[in-house]
Ligand binder design. Structure first.
Ligand code: NDP
Length: 284
């Protein structure tokens, strides 16, 4: 029997992660001999956890909250996207043991919006809420779609200002605090804060949406997130969660590791059906 290659996702918390399920479905679909496991890593022990995984022959890792920035600082080499984002969500462990970091969040978000949902980004007024690892990972990909402008707003405004300065060579971008939102409306608002994890919504002024606006929460769950509910109450045309982004960024990681691209549509459908079944079960 050929021993399967080992991949894993590291984060804290990790029990909620759908990545093991998604990569197992990809492997089955594409006939790849691999296993993919979740690894809960204590804060302060991330570097050690990577070394242990590497010594055990692990081939690749996904990295999630709160280690993406630390992962970037530990890489031997990074893709240009990961280097500019200063955040790594995918690690390939090379034959010689060196670590190569990538960031697939941006491509995952843009593919979900444009290919899965048919949303045009070019010429649109975009608002990105948050300035953490997820936000920094998607800015370059969003700007490459040529929106009319991108505003990055964060509770701690200095972080948004720094991101806007860092990514200004790639398009029209401004960063700051919530005062930037007064008397402005947007065609697409993307929530890249962790607020939905706590059932909260970032503070937003009224009239920030028009009837054709879309809202997108990177967070996903079995039930609508607080941000999705907010978008529905405000009358957004479409309110989307981050499940499609999760599958698309995973597909890009899978491609980096295995050089084969899984078909994401049936996987997203299967996960949505499982979500619905779980809700029905809970409702009974
Ligand atoms: P980080 O911890 O790096 O950043 C968190 C961000 O959220 C910061 O900007 C922080 O602001 C802000 N924030 C936290 N709580 C609140 C609140 N109550 N109100 C307003 N702002 C708040 O996390 P990540 O950037 O890595 O992840 C953010 C979210 O994106 C998570 O929910 C994660 O699950 C999701 N995600 C989804 C992906 C997908 O594929 N669907 C991929 C990656 C992330 P401040 O700087 O002021 O602290």
């Amino acid at each position: 029997m050929v021993i399967p290659d080992h991949y894993a996702v590291m984060g804290n918390p990790i029990a909620h992660s759908k990545s093991p399920q998604i990569h197992t479905m990809f492997a089955y679909q594409t006939n790849q001999n691999l296993i993919y496991t979740p690894i809960l890593v204590e804060v302060g022990k991330f570097e050690e956890a990577i070394t242990v995984f590497h010594n055990q022959g692990g081939k690749g890792l996904n990295i999630t909250i709160p280690f993406k920035n630390q992962a970037w600082s530990l890489m031997d080499k990074c893709s240009s996207e990961a280097q500019r984002a200063k955040a790594v969500n995918t690690i390939a462990i090379k034959e010689d043991g060196s670590l190569f970091g990538y960031n697939t969040d941006g491509i995952g978000l843009v593919r979900d919006l444009t290919q899965n949902h048919g949303k045009r980004i070019s010429g649109q007024r975009l608002l990105l809420l948050g300035a953490g690892g997820a936000a920094s990972g998607v800015i370059e990909a969003l700007l490459s779609e040529k929106p009319s402008h991108l505003a990055v707003i964060n509770r701690t405004s200095a972080k948004a200002i720094e991101l806007a300065a860092r990514f200004s060579p790639f398009g029209t971008i401004i960063g700051g605090g919530h005062e930037l939102l007064e008397n402005n409306s947007f065609d697409l608002i993307i929530n890249a804060t962790a607020s939905s994890l706590h059932g909260e919504v970032p503070q937003l002024p009224p009239r920030i949406l028009n009837p054709n606006s879309w809202v997108y929460d990177m967070m996903y769950g079995n039930e609508s997130t607080a941000f999705i509910k907010w978008g529905q109450i405000q009358g957004a045309e479409h309110c989307l969660d981050g499940l499609g982004m999760l599958v698309e960024q995973a597909a890009e990681s899978f491609f980096i590791w295995r050089k084969i691209r899984p078909n994401t549509a049936p996987i997203i459908t299967q996960l949505r059906l499982k979500q619905r079944d779980r809700l029905l079960t809970i409702g009974e």
